[in-house]
Write a protein that binds this ligand. Structure first.
Ligand SMILES: [Zn+2]
Length: 111
């Protein structure tokens, strides 16, 4: 069943923006970091191993920053985080809800 509620449509659009500006660069940086690592480890070149780790760390930051920027509820503008077992938002993790059915804060329908 596909919903065409404005909040659902807008959240789908935000997810696409997030995939394009967050996930795509993140994967590119991770792949670059892994390539650098696979080249640096056999050569025991510690400087490049540090650089590779840094790249992988940066990719994590890209993910967190773009998620916080774009992965928001269209109704209350809060980041859509996963919910705990009792249905309350779990804010301690850096995670985002993968396929949220509703906003954990205002209960707007998102998918
Ligand atoms: Zn909301």
């Amino acid at each position: 069943m596909k919903s065409d509620l404005p909040s659902v449509v807008e959240f789908q659009r935000r997810k696409r923006v997030f995939a394009l500006r967050g996930l795509l660069p993140m994967f590119a940086i991770i792949i670059a970091g892994c390539l650098l690592m696979s080249w640096a480890v056999p050569a025991h070149n510690n400087r490049y191993i540090v650089l590779a780790n840094l790249l992988i760390f940066v990719s994590g930051m890209v993910f967190v920053i773009t998620a916080k920027k774009y992965y928001r509820c269209p109704v209350c503008e809060k980041v859509v985080v996963p919910t705990k077992d009792d249905g309350t938002p779990s804010e301690i993790s850096f995670g985002i809800a993968y396929k949220p059915k509703e906003c954990p804060y205002c209960k707007a329908v998102l998918g």
